[in-house]
Design a protein around this ligand. Sequence first.
Ligand code: F6P
Length: 479
Amino acid sequence: MSNRLPVDRIVADDGSEGWKVSPGGLVTALEPVMRSSDGAWVGWAGQPDLELDPFDYDGMRLVPVQLSKRDVEQYYEGFSNDTIWPLYHDVIAPPTYHRVWWDRYVAVNRRFADAVLDIVEADGTVWVQDYQLQLVPQMLREARPDLTIGFFNHIPFPPYGIFAQLPWRKEILEGLLGADVIGFQRQSDASGFARAVRHILGHVTTPTIEVPVADDDAAATGRSKKGRTVRRVLAKAFPISIDAEQYAEMARRPDIQARAKQIRQELGNPTTIMLGVDRLDYTKGIRHRIKAFGELIADGALEVGEVTLVQVASPSRERVETYRQLRDEIELSVGRLNGDHGTMEHAPINYLHHGYPREEMVALYLAADVMLVTALRDGMNLVAKEYVASRNDERGVLVLSEFAGAADELKQALLINPHDIVGLKRAIVHAAGMEPREQQRRMRALRKRVLEHDVARWSSSFLTALAATRHPEQVPAVL
Ligand code: F6P
C-alpha cells in the first residue's frame, strides 16, 4: 500500500484517457517487486474524485482509493507535503502546522486502512509504504491483530530535536508502532526514530522496541524484563535499491546506445556532458548545483561548448507554494546563466521541465560523462543507482551528496557537501577531468555494490525480517 499507485490516470487534450508511470523513487523500486508477487497494490490514482474499480495493469493487481479535491489539498498537498515532508527533510523549508490538515490526514489514513481491510485475507501480510500513511499500521493492528504488518519509510526520519516540533508526534509514533517491522533507509534514520520513541513514549528500544500491550492481546510477542506483556517491534535500516539488471539490460540495447550518441550530437558534441535528474524539489539541491556550475563557467574553469549541463527537472507538487517558488527561482537562475554565458551555438544549461520514459533516461545516463546528485537531504536517491547500473562500460563519474542515503553504500563516488560550494566546484572539475582508469576503478566498485544489492534483495530481506517477527519457526536462521 502506498499513497500513489504505480500509474497515474491521465486525460489527453483530445479527451482520451490513459495511464502514465507515477513520479518518484518509490514506484521505481516497488514496481518490479509487485510484478513478481501475487499481492494487490492499494493506492491513489493521482486525480481527485476518480471512482475506479480494482483492475489489472502490466502484471499487477491495482486497487484504487478515492481522494476528493479537499483530501488532495489537505491530506496530500497539506499535511503530507507541507508538514511532514519539510519536517523530515531537515526543515530546509519551514513546515506548516494546520489542525484541519491533521484531521484530514487521520481521515484519509483511515480510508486507506479500510481499503486494505476489505481485501486482506486472514493472517495476511500488509506492507505500508511511506510518510503519507504513518497511521495505517496502528489502524490495521487494532482492527486485525492476525495481520503481519510492515512499514517502510522512503524518506529520512528526522533527528529527535526536529521531530519534537510536530504537534502530533505522539500519534505518529503510535501509528507507526502498529507495525511489526519499521524499515528505514539509513541507520541514522532508525536511530532517530528509536530515540523519539524513548523520549516521547518512554518505551524500551533496544534491541527491539517493546510496546506494552494487554495480557490477552493476540498480537503480543513476548515479555519485557519487568515481566510485562509486550509486542516487539523491529526498527532497522533496509536501504532500498532498483532492479539493477533491468537498467544494465536496457543500456545494452543498440537502439538505446544509438539514442545516447544522438543526444550527444544534438548537444553539439561537447567534450563533457554533465547531468542532473530530479523531481523539481527543494530537497534536491538543484540551486546549489547550478550555482557551482555557473561559477565554474564564469571563472573560465569550464568552457561553454566544451561542457554542457543537462538538467531534467520533472514537475512535482506544483500546487504547493514552496514548489512554485522553487521553480521560479531555478528558472530565473538558468535563464540568467544562459543569457550571460550562452553563445549562438551553445547554452551552458539545457533545462528540461518534463518527465521522460525509462528508455530515454538510460540513453541520457549513457550520454552523461558526469552525474550530479547534490541533494541537501534525500532518503536514498535512486537516480544515483540508476546511473551506476546503466554504465556497463565502466565509464562516467558520479558526484554524490553525503546527505543522500545512497552515500552510505556508494563510497567510490566523489562525495560532496552541497552547501560547500568551493568543495562542490572542486569535485565537478575533478569529475570533468578524471582519467578513464580512475573512472573505471570507481565505477566497477559502484556497479558491484548496486548489482549485488538490488531491489529484489531489499524486499526479500525486509519480508524475511517481517515474517520472522511473527512466525520465527518458519524462517531459516540467517538474519
Ligand atoms: O519517495 C518519496 C516520494 O514522496 C514517494 O512517496 C512519492 O510517491 C514520490 O516521492 C513522488 O512524490 P509525489 O507522489 O508527491 O508526486
